[in-house]
Design a protein around this ligand. Structure first.
Ligand SMILES: *Cc1c(COP(=O)(O)O)cnc(C)c1O
Length: 395
């Protein structure tokens, strides 16, 4: 089965480019150029060099002896938490800034919710000396002060958005408006495998470096490239897409995506799109979406800001529908428990997002000779305030 995007930007019934007509020239330019640029040798050389010397790749594949003992199997952590800026997001922003430069763009815009994508974008703009404008809902600006300060220190202009709920969706609308008004000099860096074609495919290809490394790293550790399981958390789906990519056509490798079920799938406070959603159009693509009977988007909830998204990338909707990827979920409590466990077994404080993937270790019955890879998408420094609230309940 082919899981790649087709010529018109679809994965089966999902994907496409449902955009305002005014945005069409920008998307058309990107669609015509991105594969050529990605294949270009000078692009690849510069990308590889920056990923290595600037972002710190390859990130290690680390066998946790204590988790392996605890679950009586072989558990490896892919350490995206060790990448520069503390998560996998830098893989995408480095790639997109190099694409923007080759398209002759001098100004970068982005939207951000929790601020992690804003920081990764501001970082590469500083690196390349490009002007950077980050749209952020007013409410998020207040909630995410440390990341706002980081972006400012990096030289980005953070624009608070006062419309709607003053959160991510509203910031996205504002970024789109900006792009329509500045089609010539500006590139819009989207932070996950969402948005109109070609973004889902472009971001997937940039994150695919994760599974590309996994293959030779697993071979070194275990003698074969293929694990039995790969487990990754899903917000929009970019770290999962990157860690699954080179194994999509290897049916023996079980791929498990973990959504955030917040306070429980039936609690009304959840972000488990695959359980609660149905097809609809969000941010320019047709995908699974949490919506009410009138098609209005339902506000998602998760303790983890990075998983708090009502949709999911269109490729994931297709992987779900075809059954190639198993979608499961973990609650706030299950993620917190897993985060405190890893901290005490391995001395690694994971991002709350990544802790949802770790929580799945409790839900699967592994065999002693199974090889299990958990993608540790990010580090937990940003989540310390949340963790401290629960310290007494989980230790
Ligand atoms: C943003 C983020 C996520 C969620 O985004 P995806 O596109 O689903 O990967 C997961 N983990 C961390 C650490 C993040 O910062």
């Amino acid at each position: 089965m082919n899981f790649n995007v087709d010529e018109s930007g679809f994965y089966g019934e999902f994907g496409g480019a449902f955009i305002p007509e005014m945005m069409y020239p920008n998307i058309k330019e990107l669609r015509e150029q991105y594969l050529k640029i990605l294949a270009d040798k000078s692009f690849q050389d510069e990308l590889r060099l920056l990923l290595k010397d600037y972002a710190g790749r390859p990130t290690p594949l680390y066998r946790s002896a204590r988790l392996s003992g605890l679950y009586n199997t072989n558990i490896f952590l892919k350490r995206e938490d060790l990448a520069h800026t503390g998560a996998h997001k830098i893989n995408n922003t480095i790639g997109q800034i190099l694409i923007a430069q080759r398209l002759g763009k001098t100004r970068i815009i982005a939207e951000t919710g929790a601020g992690q994508h804003g920081v990764a974008t501001a970082t590469v703009c500083a690196l390349k000396g490009l002007k950077c404008v980050v749209y952020m809902g007013k409410l998020d600006v207040e909630r995410q002060q440390p990341n706002v300060l980081r972006m400012k220190m990096l030289g980005a202009e953070v624009v608070p958005v006062y419309s709607g709920n003053m959160t991510l969706k509203d910031a996205t609308n504002e970024a789109i408006r900006d792009w329509i008004n500045n089609p010539v000099d500006t590139h819009y860096i989207i932070g996950s495998v969402v948005g109109p074609h070609p973004y889902p495919d472009m971001v997937t290809r940039l994150q695919a470096v994760i599974s590309e490394e996994m293959k030779w790293q697993l071979k070194e550790h275990t003698g074969k490239e293929e694990p039995d399981y790969i487990i990754a958390c899903v917000g929009g789906g970019s770290n999962a897409a990157g860690s699954f990519y080179h194994y999509l056509d290897k049916p023996k490798v079980k791929l498990i995506a973990v959504e955030a079920s917040g306070k429980g799938v039936d609690s009304g406070e959840s972000a488990a799109t695959m359980v609660l959603g149905r097809p609809g159009v969000l941010h320019g693509s047709r995908t699974m979406l949490m919506q009410d009977e009138d098609g209005q988007v339902i506000e998602p909830y998760s303790i983890s800001a990075g998983l708090d998204y009502p949709g999911i990338g269109p490729m994931h909707s297709f992987l779900f529908k075809t059954g190639r990827v198993i979608f499961d979920h973990a609650t706030d409590d299950e993620a917190l428990k897993a985060a405190f466990q890893l901290t005490r077994t391995d001395g690694i404080i994971p991002a709350l997002e990544s802790a949802h993937a770790l929580a799945l270790l409790n839900k699967i019955k592994f065999k002693p000779d199974d090889v299990v890879v958990v993608n540790l998408s990010g580090r937990g420094d940003k989540d310390l305030a949340t963790y401290m609230k629960y310290l007494d309940s989980f230790i």
